[in-house]
Design a protein around this ligand. Sequence first.
Ligand code: FAD
Length: 491
Amino acid sequence: MLYDVVIIGAGVSGSAIARELSRYKLQICVLEKEEDVCCGTTKANSAIVHAGFDAETGSMMAKLNVRGSQMMDQIASDLDVPFRRNGALVVCTDPDEVDGLQKLYDRGIANGLPADSMEILNREEVLALEPNLSENVVGAFYAKTSGIVCPFLLNIAMAENANVNGVDFFFNTEVEHIEEDTLPSSGEKIWRIRTCNGDYKARYIINAAGVYADVFHNMVSAKKIHITPRRGAYCLLDRAAGNYVSHTVFSLPGKMGKGVLVTPTIHGNLLIGPNAQDIENREGTNTTAEGLQEIIEKAGRNVRNLPMYQVITSFAGLRAHEDGHDFIIGEVEDAPRFIDCAGIESPGLSSSPAIGEYVAKMMAEKLHLTPKENWNGKRKGILRPSELSMEERNALIREKPAYGRIICRCESITEGEILDAIHRPLGARSLDGVKRRTRAGMGRCQAGFCSPRTMEILHRELGIPYEKITKSGGDSKLVTGRTKEHFGEEA
Ligand SMILES: Cc1cc2nc3c(=O)[nH]c(=O)nc-3n(C[C@H](O)[C@H](O)[C@H](O)COP(=O)(O)OP(=O)(O)OC[C@H]3O[C@@H](n4cnc5c(N)ncnc54)[C@H](O)[C@@H]3O)c2cc1C
């Protein structure tokens, strides 16, 4: 089949673009090498919707961050994604660096932020907002519109909504090669995309491949770009520590980025990180003892007595840092019909609604696209019994008993929610797929108790043999065989 548009990558950029393009009469598909959406950088970041004061004035990053943040309330409401503007404090602990706070304010104004959305606070004012800050704090820049979002659900919801509006998604489909071809019938130039699952044909390609976007750009263009995976590690603390700060607490930004932050997450945990380390390995999301020590030490400079005994897990993500340090979005000059969406490092999550809008507008103007009459931009998330009143919950359980069976005890996630996660569009196929959609396994035992029970549900609902159920696709199988001697053939 010849697609009008093939998007490479089902991260938040590819999914945002897919959703925006699904407004138009186009045949679109997304090719993703992993088993699910949200398996690249979008699954491991700070989850901050940045206000827009940090990026260099005039850059794509600045424009799309400001616009993306403006769009976030509407998109979160339309797609039923958890999002809250908790405000950010960039704290200063060195009297010699206080000027840096004013620079952030001035850049915020230059980037188009409303003057009343930002403030410079003195020591007393900032300590009144955040009593657990360091004794050494001398002042802070307060960005009131900064927010926290669930990155998994933002990505998943955009993809689901694109899918119900007609976009095909192909998982476990790694793009290996791209070349130009010609349709014999009309002589039209098209792209032939070789994947591990056969060839796809497209009039347009959108390259949203995260840390691999330079590989595809460089396949079709003589003007090379270069992405360095810049790793950032985190410690995630239990929900018992979630109120330790209520704002996102940043340090003054440095050469390698926005520095180490301490923030509540939208789901009530406390998150500490990231550091910034340039590496070679584009899959190198392991953490190191030194990296974690670095973030704990740096976070401790701004927030005192951090309850590090509450850490429940650590993880790392890779920023797709392009040498020019800006988003590269647009048709490649010497490769017509090939659209880059490369170098999408932070604030890529914040910018994602605007990235989708920008690319779709560009395509709509270029191709004179016709909108669909029946496009539906709304999506309902998974029903959460824990958010219902006791009466509503009892009524739900009477009607659907699966909502009365708790599978994940740490996060109080029911079987009903897991069934919904599996059976909705682009449903979960692995433990991580269930986890990112429902939070089963996100709690303090980190899936120790609920994994076998979630496996039973995946097995029963999808007919996947136990030996083939994975944590996150590929070789991440959880069991190797049956203990026949003890439980018999069918145990
Ligand atoms: C440490 C860290 C902190 C961050 N904090 C924030 C923050 O607080 N706020 C913010 O706004 N942004 C933040 N970001 C940036 C944000 O996470 C990214 O900009 C965003 O997630 C990028 O999304 P993407 O879709 O472009 O890339 P990805 O999510 O990486 O998606 C790319 C997809 O392409 C797929 N792919 C790659 N190669 C192939 C292939 N050959 N065939 C098929 N598919 C392929 C990948 O599997 C992946 O799913 C942070 C990033 C990091 C690493």
